[in-house]
Design a protein around this ligand. Structure first.
Ligand code: NAD
Length: 358
């Protein structure tokens, strides 16, 4: 099997789908790799490094399997040949037309978002690997915008208390944000509508904020709240938030607009100089005052909603993503290196978004 790695074309995207270390590992599995010249340059990986690891430079679009990070553009889909396999983020719930276009082009496509979140597929879970990067970075963004210290300082000039950081929505990104904020010395608290998360929050040294609203959905995700629950949550959070220096929000419900957790009124109640970092900007944001991709100041509170934070750490984000892709390829390619798609496998069937014909 030949795997092609195109250069990413989305604005600000610095990641690349395979890295040299992983190319080596694939070679041992009889999988060869064709890399588009310059594909790794934004991730600081020179073409030479790919060649050194056994890849060739050339046209990635004629390969048997094309692997990408960002959702493919229509032009990119048009470059895939019928019978090819595509692997990458595909936003199957919010941009179903992509999967339809791939299907119409005769391509068998696997969406990284659709890999079942079961133990056996953890090594392929790119949502988690990238959310870890985003969560880590979100804590740093909060620290950078906050005009106060994160850690407690005991100095000859007196003592500075630690910052209080609240994370709303404690999935993979939220948990990493809590852990990172604590490593920086902040006093941390986590909140989620899935009560099973409380132990994970405590395991990273944070307090658990319980507002009495439970909304566990299916597949390890939250369900959307009812109107009454949402109003009650916003009211209670507005009260709770006043005591925090930084609020990091990550709440998402798959396929839906992000829920509003922090109202304009809640922001008004925060102390001047406080910070909101909204990781849900891509799906509209968790704060009413969020402007996706921008940093705004309202009521003397900074509200930052950076988009695609994983792309700001392209080396590690690419490395982790590449390992996820390689783990999926392990499942799709037989020992002799030939493609062997087994749609009776729940991971293969679950991740495929174009139907099961090859
Ligand atoms: P996500 O990005 O979909 O959502 C982030 C968090 O927001 C979730 O914890 C969700 O409960 C929370 N949320 C949604 N609506 C909310 C609201 N109105 N108020 C407050 N919080 C709200 O979640 P994710 O990071 O992709 O992970 C979801 C879960 O799946 C995690 O608990 C994770 O441990 C689990 N998971 C399991 C596996 C596995 O078993 N293989 C792999 C990855 C993740």
């Amino acid at each position: 099997t030949v795997v092609g790695v195109p250069a990413e074309t989305a604005g600000g995207e610095r990641r690349v789908a395979l890295v040299p270390k992983v190319v080596e590992r694939l070679a041992a599995r009889n999988i060869s790799v064709v890399v588009e010249p310059g594909a790794g340059s934004a991730a600081l990986i020179p073409d030479d490094a790919y060649v050194h690891s056994g890849a060739t430079l050339g046209d990635p679009w004629s390969a048997d399997v094309v692997v990408k990070v960002a959702v493919p553009t229509d032009d990119e889909i048009a470059r895939l040949r019928a019978g090819a396999v595509f692997i990458g983020f595909l936003a199957p719930l919010t941009q179903p037309e992509k999967a339809q276009a791939l299907r119409a082009a005769g391509v068998t496509a696997f969406a990284m978002e659709s890999i079942p979140r079961i133990s056996r597929a953890q090594s392929m879970d790119a949502l988690s690997s990238q959310a870890n990067v985003g969560g880590y970075r979100a804590a740093l963004v909060a620290a950078e915008h906050l005009t106060r210290f994160f850690p407690m300082l005991t100095t000859a000039a007196g003592t500075v208390p630690p910052a209080k950081v609240l994370v709303l929505g404690v999935g993979v990104a939220g948990l990493q944000a809590l852990a990172t904020a604590r490593r920086l010395g902040a006093h941390t608290t986590g909140y989620d509508v899935r009560p099973e998360v409380a132990d994970q929050v405590r395991s990273v040294g944070a307090q658990w904020l319980d507002l009495g609203i439970e909304a566990t959905g299916s597949g390890g995700y939250a369900r959307a709240l009812t109107d009454d629950e949402r109003a009650e949550q916003q009211r209670q959070l507005a009260k709770a938030i006043t005591g925090f220096d930084a609020v990091i929000t990550t709440a998402q419900v798959p396929g839906r607009t992000a829920p509003t957790l922090v109202t304009a009124e809640a922001v008004q109640g925060m102390r001047a100089g406080s910070v909101v970092v909204d990781l849900a900007g891509e799906s509209g944001g968790n704060c009413e005052l969020t402007s996706p991709g921008a940093v705004v100041v309202e009521h003397a509170v900074t509200i930052a909603a950076p988009l695609n934070l994983p792309a700001t750490m392209p080396e590690h984000a690419s490395e982790l993503y590449a390992r996820n892709v390689a783990a999926l390829l392990d499942l799709l390619v037989a020992k002799d290196g030939a493609l062997a798609l087994d749609f009776t496998d729940e991971v293969v069937a679950g991740a495929c978004v174009t139907g099961q014909e090859v």
